[in-house]
Each structure stands twice: as C-alpha cells, then as structure tokens.
Design a protein around this ligand. Structure first.
Ligand code: NAD
Length: 298
C-alpha cells in the first residue's frame, strides 16, 4: 500500500518537495493541490517525467476535498518573501490562506500529520494547530530543521567532520531571533572548541546561517531545494517511524507559542519534546524568540 501524502501549494517549495519525495523512493501516492490549477498541472506533467527513475510512486493533482485520506499533509501554500523582506511581513496574507485551507480540508483522518512550511512558519503552524482539530503532536512546522542543517553543514566544512556526527542545533524562531545552542554542541561528546574553532568563528557561522535565506532570495528570488529536502526527510522519519531527534516548530504549553525545540519524531508525529539544557545566554535568547512570536501574534 502506498503512503498518501498531500502537498498543498504546488509552487517552488511544494513541487520541489514532491520531487525530493520521489527521489527518496518512499513509494508514496503524492497529491499536489493548488488554486493555480494550470501551474499545478504543469508541475505534475513535469514531475511525472521523473517517475521512471524513481521507486513505485504516483503523482497527481487533487483538490482540498481529496486531502481527507492523506496520512501526511504538507502546507506550502502562500506568499513568499521578496528580496530584503522579513518573513513576518507575510503573516497577514498567509494567515488568511491557511485559515481557508484548514477549513476546506476538514474532516481529516484522526492520525493525520500536518507539516507546515509556509512562512512565518512558527505562527502559521500555531494557526494550523488551532484549526486542525488534531493534537498538537500531529501538527508541526519545519521550523529550524533547515537552519540546523545549514549550521551543521558550515561546521562540517570548518572542522572537516561529517555533519551527521555533529550534534549542534539552531532553536527558537525560524527567523531573526533564532539562536545556536553552543553550550550543548558536541562531536563524540567533545565540545566544538576542542576542534580548533574559536567563539568568533562560531558566531560568524551562526550569523551566516541566519542570513542564508536572505542571501539566496536576493540572488535568485526564492529558496526551495534545502527546505524541500528537509521536508522529505521529515516524511521519511514519520513513514518509517524512525524516532529521529529533529528540531521542528512545536507547540510548547509552558510558553504558549510554537517554536523549534528538538523532538523525537516518529509515526505518531512528535512523540517527545526534549528539554535541552541551555546556559543563561541561551535562555535569554529563547525568551527573545518567545517574546517576538507573541508580539507578532498579538
Ligand atoms: P510560490 O509563490 O512559488 O508558491 C506558492 C503557491 O501557493 C502558488 O502556486 C500559489 O498558487 C499557491 N497558493 C496560494 N494560495 C493557495 C491556496 N489557498 N490553496 C492552495 N494553493 C495556494 O512560493 P514558494 O517559493 O513555493 O513558497 C511557499 C511558502 O513557503 C512561502 O510562504 C515561503 O516563504 C515558504 N518557505 C518556507 C521555508 C521554511 O524554511 N519554512 C523555506 C522556503 C520557503
């Protein structure tokens, strides 16, 4: 039986997620939904040319009414940033789009999992959680998973160790108040400073990580390969019940916001939110993220 995955929003991000899923050979039935039916048809026709080289997946267009059967629903619909714009400027318009989508996809399967990608992702995730009629463990955002991969990639190039072996996280808002958790960053339990990297270099890497989306958007108008590969990895983790520790935007009751923390991800969605130890500086940075998200949402 094929896993049913719906992608709502077949723009640059949504269609590239479909492509990344095909390349992962997950054997999924992928449905793309977009208000722009012509664009969606074009993406389906183009993606179907990749099928002969991928596993036994199916890809087709559908409407929000057909989403009800899906095990995983990915939301990538909405406006994207223009060069130099912050993600938060998208809030008003994308909130409206998400509200209309969440209403039109009801009722969902009780075990459905929703992955939100639309920006500003932490706030849009929170709206989706509120409107989904699902437990918050089943509705989360891609959050700082992408930023964390960017950070690990940059560290890997600096210390010449595979990124999979570097345990380092960007947490908080997927936006300007995100922060690196240097106090817990380790390779085989060894602090990064023991690999000849200075705090100044670490700070520069964190800054470049934060600005990378702006740089990509200023060069080519949009970013999609990285986020699409991250979302396909999230789907794989869910489908194969991998229990991987992944930073995603999740609802934290104590703070009453959705932001990124490391979670254990499996077939049921978020199975555990891990309390990562933070030093005083990082606690302050987390509070800044919480404050910023609450002020935007107000
Ligand atoms: P895009 O303009 O290429 O595509 C957006 C698509 O959404 C369009 O095809 C549009 O027709 C569709 N859409 C709009 N309203 C809809 C609705 N009600 N139902 C179905 N489809 C609808 O934009 P993009 O580059 O694909 O970006 C999509 C979103 O992803 C943006 O909000 C962007 O900021 C975000 N994004 C997030 C991350 C992340 O890390 N979370 C990374 C990159 C982009």
């Amino acid at each position: 039986m094929k896993h049913k995955i719906s992608i709502i929003g077949a723009g640059s991000v949504g269609s590239t997620i479909a492509y990344a899923l095909l390349l992962k050979n997950i054997a999924a039935e992928i449905m793309l939904v977009d208000v722009d039916e012509i664009r969606c048809r074009g993406e389906i026709l183009d993606l179907s040319d990749a099928l002969p080289f991928c596993g036994p997946s199916l890809i087709h267009a559908g409407s929000t009414k057909n989403v009800q059967e899906s095990e995983i629903i990915i939301i990538a619909a909405g406006k994207r940033q223009q060069p130099g714009q912050e993600r938060i400027v998208l809030l008003k318009e994308n909130k409206k789009i998400i509200e209309s989508i969440m209403r039109s996809i009801q009722p969902l399967r009780k075990d459905a999992i929703i992955i939100v990608v639309t920006n500003p992702v932490d706030l849009i995730t929170r709206y989706a959680q509120e409107l989904s009629n699902l437990p918050t463990s089943q509705v989360f955002g891609s959050g700082t998973f992408l930023d964390t991969q960017r950070l690990r990639g940059a560290l890997s190039r600096k210390i010449n160790i595979a990124e999979q072996s570097i345990h380092a996280y960007i947490l908080g808002e997927h936006g300007d108040t995100q922060f690196p958790v240097w106090s817990c960053a380790r390779v085989a339990g060894i602090p990064l400073s023991d690999f000849g990297i200075t705090q100044k270099e670490l700070d520069r890497i964190a800054q470049e990580t934060k600005n990378k989306a702006y740089e990509i958007i200023s060069c080519k108008g949009a970013s999609y390969y990285g986020i699409a590969t991250c979302v396909a990895a999230l789907c794989r983790t869910i489908i194969f019940d991998q229990k991987r520790v992944t930073p995603v935007s999740c609802y934290i009751k104590e703070f009453d916001v959705s932001l990124s923390m490391p979670v254990v991800l499996g077939a049921k969605g978020i199975e555990q939110i891990l309390t990562i130890p933070l030093n005083n500086k990082e606690k302050k940075q987390l509070n800044l993220s919480i404050k910023a998200l609450k002020s935007y949402a107000a």
